[in-house]
Design a protein around this ligand. Structure first.
Ligand SMILES: Cc1cc2nc3c(=O)[nH]c(=O)nc-3n(C[C@H](O)[C@H](O)[C@H](O)COP(=O)(O)OP(=O)(O)OC[C@H]3O[C@@H](n4cnc5c(N)ncnc54)[C@H](O)[C@@H]3O)c2cc1C
Length: 385
């Protein structure tokens, strides 16, 4: 992937910034407006990474079709869209995280079922891992799959903080079928099944994403809903979840970076007369934005090469999250008393930046992954990326 191609892709993404920015505060106030966003001319099919066979009219960069199947292309495009509004990017219909699980585990029929639904009309999907009592720790997962009397399985449990859950048409749920690390399976669930309900949760940051709680009371699961059933026991739910996290963390990092860049842009636009110290601070931010962009790109290259290694993805997430928090909170100070009141967009950026700390694992967990990668000598490979 050449630098020129990525620069052109970034420029194409910028063409959609106005549409996203114009609706940012409305969507923040009312996340149910996600569907209305599409009426404003946003070509969602071109922006969410549909496979070529399900998208006859892809994004074009200098006339060349771009299907956004690589992490490198995704981080480039999505950072620029998130610079306009990260909440709107996450509120787009499409595969989001569940698409990665499908790529890892689905057989041909499941793949077609998933993608033909997602591509046909604006369709939201979800990735259901985190639980109210156990967080995202798979070892203590309480959601279960048990055999049903008449055949098939029954899915029972609660998932919380699941993006787009309440407006999704289908998604992937992780649940325990047997004890032990290999006992977690991923299943493809249609949300109109009996026993399935989803409700939006009240949130402060990235409100467009509409975090939700999924309640599953003996939802019937057929054999053909079980993802990875044609794979070996070691290539099941948690194996795919780990690779999905490694693959999606550079994307989350790019979204955080977009928020950091938006905070920087806002200060530059609103504060003309800077004192010497403030000029230095802005110069420092500009350098760190560029440095973090390079780390995110390296993490994306590493994820494209080997989604089994999340070392650089964790480094990118820690760095981008910290920068987004720092720039947005310092921007409040730089723009003076009442800044969050006078600049509603800044108020939103401050709240959005906070959400990235928890999304896809906290900073402490990323630092542990980074340390393990370092101790196992994986940073050398990562640098080569
Ligand atoms: C915007 C957003 C979107 C999300 N989307 C989804 C989604 O679509 N699907 C989904 O399933 N979930 C989703 N989540 C949930 C998210 O993935 C989890 O909340 C996140 O992974 C943290 O996991 P946890 O809640 O188990 O917290 P924990 O990992 O238990 O962390 C709790 C606290 O303990 C600390 N901690 C934990 N372990 C250690 C350790 N070993 N050493 C030191 N400190 C430690 C952490 O740093 C943190 O401060 C989303 C969350 C947010 C905020």
């Amino acid at each position: 992937m050449t630098t020129e191609h990525l620069t052109d892709l970034r420029a194409v993404a910028r063409e959609y910034a106005d549409v996203l920015r114009a609706s940012a505060l409305d969507l923040d106030r009312d996340p149910s407006l996600a569907a209305a966003l599409l009426d404003r001319g946003l070509p969602w099919r071109q922006l969410v990474g549909l496979p070529a066979e399900y998208n006859p009219d892809p994004l074009r960069v200098r006339g060349r079709p771009v299907h956004l199947q690589s992490c490198v292309e995704q981080v480039t495009l999505l950072e620029e869209l998130a610079r306009a509004d990260a909440g709107a990017v996450l509120a787009l219909p499409g595969p989001s995280m569940s698409g990665f699980v499908i790529a890892e585990l689905a057989d041909a029929d499941q793949r077609d079922r998933y993608w033909s639904t997602v591509a046909a009309a604006p369709t939201w999907t979800f990735f259901g891992m985190t639980e109210p009592a156990h967080g995202s720790d798979p070892g203590s997962m309480g959601t279960t799959l048990r055999p049903a009397d008449g055949g098939g399985l029954l899915l029972a449990g609660t998932k919380r903080y699941v993006g787009n859950g309440a407006r999704a048409r289908l998604g992937v749920v992780f649940a325990r079928r047997h004890a032990g690390p290999l006992g977690v399976l991923a299943v493809l669930v249609d949300t109109d099944r009996p026993g399935f309900t989803a409700v939006p949760l009240p949130t402060l940051g990235l409100r467009g994403l509409q975090l939700s709680e999924l309640r599953m009371a003996e939802v019937p699961i057929a054999d053909e809903d079980v993802l990875g059933r044609h794979k070996s026991a070691t290539r099941q739910g948690m194996w795919a979840a780990t690779r999905t996290f490694n693959r999606y963390r550079p994307v989350v990092s790019a979204l955080a970076l977009g928020v950091a860049q938006a905070g920087y842009d806002l200060v530059v636009a609103e504060r003309r007369d800077l004192r010497t110290g403030e000029r230095h601070l802005l110069a420092d931010w500009a350098q760190r934005l560029a440095g973090t962009r390079a780390v995110v790109l390296a993490a994306a290259r590493s994820a494209d090469r080997n989604p089994g290694d999340g070392t650089l993805a964790s480094a990118a997430k820690v760095r981008a999250t910290r920068l987004a928090e720092e720039i947005t909170t310092s921007a409040v100070r730089l723009l003076g008393p009442g800044a969050r009141w006078d600049h509603p967009l800044l108020d939103k950026l401050v709240r959005d930046a906070r959400a990235f700390e928890f999304m896809e694992g906290t900073g402490n967990i990323q630092r542990l992954t980074l340390a393990q990668g370092y101790l196992q000598g994986r940073l050398g490979d990562a640098r080569a990326a």
